[in-house]
Design a protein around this ligand. Structure first.
Ligand SMILES: Nc1ncnc2c1ncn2[C@@H]1O[C@H](COP(=O)(O)OP(=O)(O)O)[C@@H](O)[C@H]1O
Ligand SMILES: [Mg+2]
Length: 283
């Protein structure tokens, strides 16, 4: 092989992705597994070596509570960041999981839309805050993944998340009305892509609360796979009582019970997400 060939080969090595990769957990339906997936996919990614920041963009603050962040430790929250009174770093706290941090939220967030009114650039508040995040980070301490936990509506908060994201990850509950509302969500993604963020893509759809003994669950899976094809991850998250118990202990399920089927599923999902990232980069 000549030197030039070698250089060419080097050039063709997949380049590492620009840090961080920003993914939003979005679905305007409540109770479909957005927060559970943010917490546990975040934990699983951190467990395999990624440096992860979860941004809690739901006024309910379930991601913050589920990771054991006491309300007293939320003096600076994502509200302060979006209103422009603090940098995102200021709202970040470490969790008990190594390499997993969170910017928590408080109920103040629910007033943001009214407060910002028609302020120019109001849809880009989060994008700009994240852009500043890794700037002064020491090497090997910058985040490789930012996961944004969206509220259950298509409001200014979700639009901020979509405008800031490389891609959307949609948790879909295996229930009768699973597909209802999906087209509206996809329409919103399309709108954001054509106006605010041309790079936005759908990373994938993750089926949650799957119950193999339930015929309906199986039918929903078949329908969603037929409708959305390869956009649906192979990994499905089973309905698992350990997953629902863990937040009340302020722990991700992977910490609460590493061996349960729920933990195994989230580890598998993390591997699939990283695999898809690689494919996206080489295409
Ligand atoms: N795979 C699962 N198995 C059992 N319970 C789950 C599972 N995923 C989520 N839950 C429970 O369902 C409820 C709604 O999930 P959550 O992640 O808060 O949804 P969202 O953020 O979309 O509103 C929570 O009580 C959560 O603990
Ligand atoms: Mg939630």
């Amino acid at each position: 092989m000549t030197e030039l060939d070698e250089l060419y080969q080097e050039d063709r090595e997949p380049t590492p992705p620009p840090h961080p990769r920003i993914l939003s957990l979005a679905n305007q339906k409540g109770g479909v597994g957005k927060t559970t997936t943010a917490i546990n996919l975040g934990t699983a990614l951190a467990a395999i070596g990624e440096r992860v920041l979860i941004v809690d963009l739901d006024p309910q603050g379930n991601a913050s509570t589920g990771l054991g962040i006491d309300r007293r430790n939320r003096n600076c929250s994502t509200y302060d960041v979006l209103i422009g009174e603090a940098p995102l770093r200021g709202a970040v706290v470490a969790t008990a999981v190594p390499r997993l941090h969170i910017a928590s939220s408080t109920m103040d967030l629910s007033g943001l839309e009214l407060e910002l009114g028609t302020t120019p650039g109001r849809a880009f508040r989060l994008r700009d805050a994240i852009a500043a995040l890794n700037k002064n980070a020491a090497p090997d301490t910058d985040y490789t993944y930012v996961l944004i936990d969206c509220p259950p509506s298509l409001n200014l908060l979700t639009v901020n998340a979509m405008a800031a994201s490389d891609a959307i990850l949609v948790p879909l509950q295996c229930e009768f009305f699973a597909l209802e509302g999906l087209s509206q969500l996809l329409q919103t993604v399309e709108q954001v892509r054509s106006t605010l963020n041309p790079n936005l893509s759908i990373h994938g759809i993750v089926l949650t609360m799957f119950d193999s003994r339930n015929n309906l669950s199986n039918q929903v899976v078949a329908d969603v796979r037929q409708f959305m094809g390869s956009k649906v991850y192979d990994t499905m998250i089973p309905r698992n009582v350990r997953i629902s118990e863990a937040p009340s202990y302020g722990k991700p399920v992977l910490v609460y019970d590493l061996k349960c089927v729920g933990s195994e599923a989230y580890l598998k999902l993390a591997t699939e997400v990283i695999q898809r990232e690689r494919e996206l980069r080489t295409h």
